[in-house]
Design a protein around this ligand. Structure first.
Ligand code: DQA
Length: 150
């Protein structure tokens, strides 16, 4: 069976394309999803994309993830910097987790420098725009053994 990666997106990421394009670029979440689906195919993976503005939805999805999915990519938006609840859910899952941010959070406001998600992530990709999601898929394909390590 083809392993499926669940890609979780937090608050305001539904606004990509029009939200502060000088920071987040012009890609929409739909176009990032389409690019990931294409890239996943070549990597022997499938992807499922979700977005919510609500912290509890993200916690629920992480809790349920291991029943159906083999890995997680998480861009928790602002909950990255605030949510102990999301961190606890991620610590409780045994799935591999890659944290992604479109922007380079370390170049931005001080309050964005700390990530709770990072404490539970196997790896972090930030500052590369929408491509970051595709790079996370590549890393997970190596981890899941659908492609050979570079
Ligand atoms: C973000 C960075 C966060 O600080 C911000 O709150 C977001 C998006 C990113 O992808 O760059 O909503 O996660």
């Amino acid at each position: 069976m083809t392993p499926t990666v669940l890609v979780l997106n937090g608050p305001n990421l539904n606004l990509l394309g029009t939200r502060e394009p000088e920071i987040y670029g012009r890609d929409t979440l739909k176009s990032i999803e389409a690019a990931c689906k294409k890239r996943a195919k070549g990597l022997g993976l499938k992807v499922a994309f979700r977005q919510s503005n609500n912290e509890g939805d993200l916690v629920d999805w992480v809790q349920q993830a291991s029943k159906k999915y083999q890995a997680l990519i998480v861009n928790a938006g602002a909950y990255t910097h605030t949510s102990v609840a999301l961190l606890d859910a991620l610590l409780a899952t045994d799935l591999p987790v890659v944290e992604v941010h479109l922007s380079n959070i370390h170049q931005r406001d001080e309050f964005r420098h700390h990530s709770y998600v990072s404490k539970a992530a196997d790896g972090v990709i930030c500052g590369l725009g929408g491509i970051g999601y595709e790079l996370a898929l590549e890393a997970l394909a190596c981890r899941l053994g659908t492609v050979e390590d570079a």
